[in-house]
Design a protein around this ligand. Structure first.
Ligand code: SF4
Length: 291
């Protein structure tokens, strides 16, 4: 088979499940993505959080707020697209910059002091049962209670069911469970459910006023079996080079919000967006950490 995989990241698994055509544009055709205000703020916030928790793991305390803000500004400046401040999106970039500062400050005042990091940016790998493909990725943060914490930034609150359905988060939980279980996991198998840690998504919502949304979840045997079924189906789709837009797939709704959040929503010929201008697409796009 020409497109046989040996490993895959959680980000790729989720991208294919979201929309096979999006996966093809991003990973096969390598169509360049233009950073939106939302994606730039997501990267800047993520880097500031990462640096703080790396330092806290070793030094035992959070960075000074001004140091965190300096990291945010440095990453913002480095990631800002050339000409953004003179473009039609100048106001939107400016607003994203300010709202990113506000939500980061709130997180550092209200949430970060309560987190005791155990592992930060922890690499993991595990086999998908039934196929010779390994999932390889990195977990943002695991605290000293063994809870896997993932950070997201968004302009709107997430659905309460997000942690129960998100494939990427389930990969993180399984990845850390492999680390806990070690040699007690047979090759090609997933860890037993009692090794699977609790998870939590901290959503930094750039609303007015800013809000921190915390979404906890835990997984059982049925969730592990569901993960295997979904991952095997995704691998078959990628290896079979099946790259339909999501809304042509059986059982999927033609939800235009999926296209609004897509980095190719402005140029995809199959997009469900009524207005294909960059301005309209970026207004409706949720933030995402870039992996
Ligand atoms: S715009 Fe919509 S159909 Fe096109 S790749 Fe993105 S999610 Fe898929």
């Amino acid at each position: 088979m020409s497109n046989q995989l040996t490993s895959i990241s959680p980000t790729r698994l989720r991208a294919y499940e979201t929309c096979p055509l999006q996966y093809q544009m991003r990973y096969i055709q390598k169509v360049p993505r233009v950073d939106s205000p939302s994606s730039v703020v997501g990267q800047a916030v993520h880097s500031a959080l990462e640096m703080n928790f790396i330092q806290k793991r070793h030094g035992g305390h959070d960075l000074e707020l001004k140091e965190v803000m300096r990291i945010y500004e440095d990453v913002w400046d480095a990631r800002l697209p050339v000409g953004a401040s003179e473009s039609s999106l100048a106001d939107e970039f400016s607003g994203a910059y300010s709202s990113g500062q506000e939500i980061l400050q709130l997180y550092f005042q209200d949430v970060a002091p309560m987190i005791k990091p155990h592992l930060v940016e922890h690499r993991f790998g595990f086999d998908i049962p039934g196929v010779p493909v390994r999932v390889v990725g990195t977990v943002d943060l695991i605290d000293q209670d063994g809870v896997v914490i993932d950070h997201k930034t968004s302009f709107a609150q997430y659905s309460e069911s997000y942690p129960e359905t998100d494939l990427q988060l389930r990969c993180y939980a399984i990845g850390y469970a492999m680390f806990r279980a070690g040699s007690r996991v047979a090759p090609g198998q997933l860890p037993a459910p009692f090794f699977i840690p609790d998870v939590r998504v901290d959503v930094l919502v750039r609303s007015n006023p800013p809000v921190i949304q915390q979404l906890p979840a835990c997984y059982d045997r049925a969730d592990l079996d569901d993960f295997t079924d979904r991952a095997v189906s995704i691998i078959a789709g990628i290896e079979g080079e099946s790259y339909e837009p999501f809304w042509r797939l059986s059982g999927r709704e033609a939800d235009s919000n999926v296209c609004r959040r897509c980095p190719y929503g402005d140029r995809c010929p199959e997009s469900l967006q009524g207005d294909s201008s960059l301005e309209q697409s970026s207004k409706g796009r949720n933030d995402e950490k870039q992996n």
